[in-house]
Design a protein around this ligand. Structure first.
Ligand SMILES: Nc1ncnc2c1ncn2[C@@H]1O[C@H](COP(=O)(O)OP(=O)(O)OP(=O)(O)O)[C@@H](O)[C@H]1O
Length: 308
């Protein structure tokens, strides 16, 4: 097996008395797309900042490309691309200049940066916007520019903190496509997200985190297989009746979850479960059968939904 590009053992971060990251272990291998999936406040950004060497850990071991980001921050950052949660583009500069100036911080020569900026603008589908003010870009374009900027030093690892939060569905798909291309080209991606669809789209392997701890680890498919059933039936009886009806649904699937607006019936055969529900004389206002997702895994592991 190849050496991991990131390895954490017992990684810990305390803010005063508060434990934000509570002794987590994980490894990221070259070329993989690795995810940290968890709700707001789970400790994902804190972990990313420790990897990027901008926040000191308070305990445990952390190695990034064989280096200690706590003590060798600049050396580590030379090989990393960072896409923070909030776009921090320079609004004073035009689109292309944002990439060039960022490259200057790395001490990269202008002869390299000119052609590199054009290559990255093409990659980010922003050639036509090269001379625009950053302010005139849409949210999706700003994210793509932040990613392009993060690639200026040809990083071995790209850290993406909540890459598509706040974007509309179409912009999210364009972004996922760009990230998929990077991964195909061999860049290791580390992605934090609280969107299960994003984790399923992007990640080969992920850790599910909650309250600074790892709840589970594996590929999306493995996690679903281990912690959920093949299918889920979602039935709605109206907010008043959901709680009454749940007892009548006992045994239809292997497990039920009652959410405020619906009941989830976990089963390997959704159509058969629906037939059983109507055989029992229960008539939901709406029903649908779907495949299990990482949202179901999270609900199973924590008793809560990912996005409140
Ligand atoms: N500087 C700080 N001082 C005190 N507490 C902090 C500080 N930074 C973060 N925290 C707390 O640590 C916990 C983890 O925060 P973190 O930002 O890592 O979570 P997250 O999983 O990335 O969530 P989000 O998506 O909301 O950023 C939160 O409860 C947060 O309030």
């Amino acid at each position: 097996m190849t050496e991991p590009v990131i390895s954490a053992q017992g990684l810990r971060k305390e803010y005063g008395d508060f434990v934000a990251v509570d002794g987590i272990d994980f490894e990221v291998h070259p070329g993989e797309s690795f995810g940290l999936l968890g709700p707001n406040g789970a400790g994902k950004s804190t972990t990313m900042r420790m990897i990027g060497g901008t926040l000191d850990r308070t305990g445990g071991q952390l190695r990034v490309l064989g280096l200690d980001p706590g003590r060798q921050g600049p050396e580590v950052r030379a090989h990393l691309g960072v896409v923070p949660q909030q776009d921090n583009l320079d609004e004073e500069l035009r689109v292309r200049e944002n990439i060039v100036m960022y490259g200057r911080y790395f001490g990269l020569p202008r002869s390299y940066l000119g052609p590199k900026a054009d290559e990255l603008l093409a990659f980010a589908q922003l050639e036509a916007k090269a001379r625009e003010k950053v302010d005139n870009l849409s949210g999706g374009m700003k994210r793509r520019l932040t990613i392009a900027r993060g690639l200026v030093n040809e990083p071995r690892i790209l850290l993406l903190d909540e890459p598509t939060t706040g974007l509309d569905p179409q912009a999210r798909h364009v972004l996922w496509d760009r990230l998929f291309r990077l991964k195909e080209a061999g860049t290791t991606l580390v992605v934090t997200t609280h969107f299960m669809d994003e984790a399923e789209q992007l990640c080969d392997r992920l850790i599910v985190v909650d309250h600074g701890r790892i709840m589970a680890e594996g590929s999306p498919r493995q996690l679903i297989r281990e912690h959920s059933t093949r299918e889920v039936v979602e039935v709605r009886f109206g907010s008043q009746r959901n709680a009454q009806v749940v007892a009548d649904l006992e045994g239809v699937g292997t497990r039920n979850e009652v959410l405020p607006d619906r009941i989830l019936v976990y089963t390997d055969d959704g159509e058969a479960a629906l037939e059983e529900i109507s055989r029992r004389g229960l008539h939901p206002i709406t029903s649908l059968v779907r495949r299990s997702s990482l949202e179901d895994v999270f609900l199973r592991l924590t008793g809560r939904t990912l996005v409140d």
